[in-house]
Design a protein around this ligand. Structure first.
Ligand code: FUL
Length: 453
């Protein structure tokens, strides 16, 4: 029996029954596994890396693609050491250049000088991910500025052939990224998204699919690393399609939405998505990335951080140093959960399915043997049975009275609160509004932040 099952069985008799009558939208197992990764990485790499552009126009010669020191293991090892759980490679960006030797077009690595035309970036990244224990994902741009059939129905078949190659030749794929971006003057094209998605479900059923509108995970509505303070994993998807994004709506989600489609926060460690030498001095610091973590993972989203390989085919030293510092700060902040031993054990064991069923408006009090000083709080709902918390507050006992620390709105998978240090021997959390009359609180954490934050 697994430790999780064991703990659950031990706790079951003590858990009151859930009384809410509501049937809330719930995540699928693949969505749950996705959200628990928390920090994932994007790798933007193509001819743009060599032309200094963000959007190639499709006329680039494959001859310019020549990462002479290419080492996918250096990328993935660095990501692994910085705690990232998945890496998504831009197998094809808007310029149409394919990083794998596809049979669908000549516009690929096989006509580049790199490895004498025998190289395959997708293969090497997939293999490195397997070697270091990361999950692997692919970005395949629907908008293709090179392919002549683009704008006709034949393009959908072309795209599906490319997708099939990626889904069948590279082992397990954990995420497929369908970018809705398209230039204003692009040819008209109706994508067969239903067909693309059906192919992913058939060939890689465990993969989550991203687009502005899901079907599994949605865009957070900006590229600045900012999930909304109030962030619902639910939306009403009937009015949405990839490329037709109501960014404000996607940012907050919708408490009444019927579709469980959590938000993914994609943001780059540099100003651009692709490597540009002039941005070498503009790499976000570890501390800056920690702030992004609070604004994404700490607001019920997931961080998809882009770290673009450079012209040599390596992650640059400055970027690697930042992501390592990022993880080291997070590890320091979240090392000691001060609530351990004081709060119910099921709330501090790291298991989502050992939880406290907490009625709305009933304070959950935690008493410490000695006063503690803290400035961070973590709350997690057992989202496998839906997202419920709408509002709540944290208070501390000052010896005479309960004093406010902070109010909050949604919790969902994870809510991280930051506030000025408080010293006390008693703290309490009250959920003041929720969907239903109880909240399933899975985890509670109380921390003192690293001085490097
Ligand atoms: C956007 C694209 O246009 C950017 O180039 C980048 O790939 C970003 C992640 O998505 O829609």
């Amino acid at each position: 029996m697994s430790p999780i099952t064991k703990t659950l069985l031990l706790l079951l008799p003590f858990l009151p029954q859930v009384t809410t009558a509501q049937t809330l939208p719930r995540p699928t197992p693949r969505q749950l596994a996705w959200q628990q990764m928390e920090t994932t990485a994007f790798l933007h790499f193509t001819v743009n890396t060599y032309t200094d552009k963000e959007w190639g126009d499709g006329t680039e010669s494959p001859q310019i693609f020549n990462p002479v020191k290419f080492d996918a293991r250096q990328w993935i090892r660095s990501l692994k050491e910085a705690g990232f759980k998945l890496a998504i490679i831009t197998a094809k960006h808007h310029d149409g250049f394919c990083l794998w030797p596809t049979q669908t077009t000549e516009h690929s690595v096989k006509n580049s000088p790199w490895k004498g035309g025998k190289g395959d970036v997708v293969r090497e990244v997939a293999d490195a991910c397997r070697q270091y224990g990361l999950k692997f994902g692919v970005y395949l741009s629907p908008w293709d500025r090179h392919e002549p059939s683009y704008g006709t129905a034949a393009y959908n078949d072309f795209y599906k052939k490319q997708l099939r190659e990626l889904l069948t030749n590279y082992g397990p794929i954990a995420e497929v990224w369908f970018d809705g971006a398209k230039g204003e003057n692009a040819k008209n094209m109706t994508y067969d998204f239903a067909g693309y998605w059906a192919m992913v479900r058939q060939l890689q059923p465990q993969a989550v699919m991203f687009s502005d509108a899901g079907p599994d995970v949605r865009w957070v509505g900006n590229e600045s690393g900012n999930a909304a303070e109030t962030c619902w994993s639910t939306i009403d998807n009937s009015k949405h399609a990839p490329g037709v994004a109501d960014s404000k709506y996607l940012n907050t989600g919708d408490p009444n939405g019927k579709d469980f489609i959590p938000a993914e926060t994609d943001v780059s460690i540099r100003p651009g998505w692709f490597y540009h030498p002039k941005e070498d001095s503009k790499v976000r610091s570890g501390k800056n990335l920690v702030n992004l973590y609070y604004q994404s993972v700490g607001r019920n989203s997931l961080l998809l951080l882009n770290i673009p390989p450079n012209r040599d085919g390596l992650l640059s030293d400055a970027d690697v140093a930042s992501i390592k510092e990022f993880r080291s700060i997070l590890n320091e902040t979240f090392k000691t959960n001060l609530a351990k031993g004081a709060a119910k054990s099921g709330l501090t064991d790291g298991f989502m399915n050992t939880m406290a069923i907490t009625p709305v408006n009933k304070p959950l009090e935690v008493t410490f043997r000695n006063p503690i000083t803290f400035d961070r709080m973590l709350l997690q709902e057992n989202i496998s049975s839906g997202q419920r918390v709408m509002e709540g507050q944290v208070e501390y006992w000052d010896g005479t009275d309960w004093k406010p620390i902070q109010t909050f709105t949604t919790v969902g998978y994870k809510r991280l609160l930051r506030f000025q240090p408080v010293t006390t021997d008693k703290v309490r959390v009250t959920f003041t509004a929720a969907k239903g009359d109880v909240v399933e609180l899975a985890e509670m954490g109380i921390f003192k932040a690293s001085s490097r934050e």
